[in-house]
Design a protein around this ligand. Structure first.
Ligand SMILES: [Zn+2]
Length: 407
């Protein structure tokens, strides 16, 4: 008999934008998994905990130490299920959930669509390690700041009338300010020299605040972003002038489609994405780490085009018996995320999911009854749940659980 519920041991990476030491929720959760040798080093930043089977940072079965993917390969029918295997034509987990703890801006980026990802992977497999696209969602666990998609054309056109920004406009004025005009501006801003960007930021800071209309956060954020990277970083101008600046609360979520421009600025989040690690970076990172601006601009999508469009609203999950579970279901993606919140002494029951799930406890304690056994739930506990397994949660102390699912 194959065990359907496997407690996992996961790992953190140490990108420099991560929160320091035990300030990092990713590290805290990672350190709470029992039976691991992970100890927080206060001198290191911890950026992301990965929960899944992507080879760069795989998860292991806690009890046996086996690589989770090896177990899935051995028992693919029982754990992944034939429906999901048929859909994706492989026995790997089709998604990759992470916990991110962000102290400063992540690179300004997009994740290429499937066609471009295939091409980049073929040409440069060391940098583009898989041929897949990577739609992603970011779900706030605390206050979360992000730049996501573009502002409306009207808002951008208005801001572009500011004297220091006019040089990025097309020389020949078009009859209409449209997405082609915007694309031109993005390219000009990304290709601008260090001096041009520094001068632009200085000149914007000298303008009276009223000039920015409702976007007075722009002069407020210039010094902050310049401190994190450099006042020459092309990302500052693109993010502040052209993109939506979102200040989200715990429970809010955004969806990033393939080719969608985004940069996360601060906070702790659950991120879930298709099984991929492909990214094109163009700002908030050293010039040497940036990808080609023309490639970046050639695939850029103009959705979302307002802050409202970027939000992914959760719905009630109909297959949870006690109504304490919401579902975040991004369009066109390989996964959904369930968020379950159960008060002290309460229960929730989720009927069998016809595909593999990964479950993470972020708050509280209690038990999970599944596959004929009772399992302990506590902060930082992570489980793989095989397909076709009903889950019954009981909370001793208010539980918060996130579960990535696919069917
Ligand atoms: Zn991303």
């Amino acid at each position: 008999m194959v065990q359907k519920v496997l407690q996992l041991k996961c790992q953190c990476n140490e990108y420099p934008w991560g929160k320091q030491g035990s300030e990092s929720l990713a590290a805290q959760l990672c350190a709470k998994t029992p039976g691991t040798d992970f100890k927080i080093d206060e001198n290191k930043p911890y950026s992301e905990m990965w929960m899944g089977t992507y080879p760069e940072l795989p998860s292991y079965v806690l009890e046996t130490g086996e690589d989770l993917q090896k177990v899935l390969d051995k028992h693919s029918q029982e754990l992944i299920g034939h429906g999901v295997i048929r859909k994706f034509k492989h026995t790997m987990l089709p998604y990759l959930p992470k916990v991110l703890s962000i102290a400063k801006a992540l690179p300004l980026q997009l994740h290429p669509n499937k066609d471009l990802a295939e091409e980049l992977h073929r040409k440069d497999p060391s940098q583009f390690t898989d041929p897949n696209h990577k739609p992603e969602i970011a779900l706030a666990l605390s206050d979360f700041e992000a730049f996501c998609g573009f502002k409306s054309l009207e808002d951008i056109e208005r801001l572009m009338q500011l004297e220091p920004l006019k040089k990025f406009l097309p020389e020949v004025k078009k009859p209409r300010f449209d997405d082609q005009t915007l694309k031109h501006i993005v390219r000009e801003m990304l290709k601008a020299s260090d001096e041009t960007i520094a001068e632009t930021n200085d000149a914007l800071l000298k303008l009276p605040k009223e000039k920015f209309g409702k976007d007075t956060y722009i002069p407020d954020l210039i010094p902050r972003l310049s401190n994190q990277y450099d006042k020459c970083d092309n990302g500052t101008v693109v993010a502040l002038v052209l993109m939506n600046y979102l200040q989200l609360k715990a429970g809010d979520s955004i969806y990033i489609p393939a080719d969608g421009i985004h940069a996360y600025l601060s906070g702790d989040i659950i991120e879930c994405m298709a099984r991929s690690d492909n990214v094109l970076n163009t700002g908030f990172c050293p010039r040497a780490d940036r990808n080609n601006v023309d490639t970046f601009c050639s695939v850029l999508t103009f959705t979302p085009h307002t802050a409202e469009e970027a939000l992914l609203k959760p719905k009630k999950f109909e297959r949870a018996r006690n109504g304490k579970t919401k579902i975040y279901a991004p369009p066109l993606s390989e996964f959904n995320v369930l968020s379950t919140e159960i008060g002290d002494g309460e229960n929730e029951m989720i009927s069998a999911i016809e595909g593999p799930s990964i479950l993470l406890v972020t708050k509280g304690s209690g038990t999970l009854k599944a596959d004929g056994k009772e399992h302990k739930l506590s902060e930082g506990y992570i489980y793989f749940i095989g397909q076709g397994t009903e889950m019954e949660f009981h909370s001793d102390k208010a539980l918060q659980i996130f579960t990535a699912i696919v069917e």
